[in-house]
Design a protein around this ligand. Structure first.
Ligand code: MTE
Length: 325
């Protein structure tokens, strides 16, 4: 049997890995296998998954907020149960279809209220920034969660290079929008006004927890996880964690974000994980930790700011978090 990517990852004991059969039902397992084999399904040719590269990085340090102590989510669960609407709305669609996205060459444009606007290509990013591992809890607004060893560098380091002006109060992010390679953007049921957009307040963007992410489990990101570059903001709901970023702008106004645009009464700009503020259609008090199934739901209590209050709560002092959800 060929080696799975997580088996190369040094810090996971095999005893910690939940067999995929426990969490993947038979149907999903077959879908995932078909996708990774690059076979033809429903008349569509699926792109071959690209080779992921090993990364060199500083491992996360014990006893810091950069290293959650919970058991890691198995690689397979984190990379086959995804949200990436550019490739479809089913959780298995990104793993099946995101292989069609070309990520080489890749360029990211940084502008707006900065003194030194410009571009960086992926090679610059990989050589100029020291990569670190961050083992973070990740909580989706849909009430599932995971624990993932991400690899990246603080977003603050990237922003500093472009020298934000003092009027810059927010940071806006945009995902690649390439219809020919993104079947979800061509779908008549597509609900998002592409490209996918997100935003942070400047202090949130500069917070040491906020990670520009290029890898997970020791390797570069697979496309479904937002290759080659995505954001990870661990105290916020998953939708803030924008994938496959091509543009960053510093702004003086709060940027429009895709989910807020779509359903402002359900998804706010802040989107801080908060067990006390329910989504209008469900409670946020608990979450399903992946791998999760009907018989073994792995229900855990949701923590305020996803457990990162010590690092972030001061940024929201005096704010009504039920109003600024
Ligand atoms: N980024 C883009 N471009 N498109 C998306 O549909 N989905 C978001 C976020 N980033 C999304 C995106 C949502 S809703 C979640 S929960 C996370 O990605 C999921 O990240 P994961 O698939 O790595 O778990």
């Amino acid at each position: 049997m060929s080696k799975k990517p997580w088996q190369d990852y040094p810090q996971i004991a095999s005893s910690e890995i939940t067999p995929e059969s426990v969490w993947l039902n038979r149907r999903n397992l077959m879908k995932a296998a078909t996708a990774s084999a690059g076979l033809v399904m429903a008349g569509e040719t699926l792109a071959q998954p690209k080779q992921l590269k090993e990364l060199s990085f500083l491992p996360a340090v014990d006893g810091t907020p950069f290293k959650a102590t919970e058991e890691l989510t198995p690689y397979e669960a984190a990379t086959t149960y995804n949200n990436f609407y550019e490739f479809g709305t089913n959780k298995s669609d990104p793993a099946r279809y995101a292989g069609s996205m070309t990520t080489d060459p890749w360029e990211i444009k940084v502008g707006g209220l900065v003194n030194k606007p410009g571009k960086l290509n992926l090679e610059d990013i990989m050589s100029d920034f020291d990569l670190e591992e961050r083992i973070y809890r990740f909580r989706c607004v849909e009430a599932w969660s995971m624990v993932v060893p991400w690899i990246g560098f603080p977003l603050s380091k990237l922003l500093e290079r472009f020298d934000p002006k003092s009027e810059g109060k927010f940071v806006e992010f945009k995902t690649l929008y390439r219809r020919s390679e993104m079947r979800g953007t061509r779908s008549f049921t597509s609900i998002i006004d592409w490209p996918y957009r997100e935003g942070l307040r400047m202090d949130e963007a500069m917070n040491p927890l906020t990670l520009m992410t290029v890898g997970l489990y020791g390797k570069t990101l697979p496309n479904q996880s937002g290759a080659p570059l995505r954001l990870v903001v661990p105290w916020k709901y998953g939708f803030k964690n924008i994938k496959s970023i091509v543009e960053i702008n510093v702004t003086d106004r709060q940027p429009k974000t895709s989910w807020q645009d779509l359903a402002p009464q359900e998804y706010g700009f802040y989107a801080n994980v908060n067990p006390k503020v329910s989504h209008p259609r469900w409670s946020q008090a608990y979450e399903r930790r992946l791998p999760s199934s009907l018989f073994n739901p792995s229900r855990v209590k949701t923590q305020m700011f996803n457990g990162y209050g010590g690092q972030v709560a001061s940024m929201y002092k005096g704010m009504d978090l039920a109003r600024f959800y």
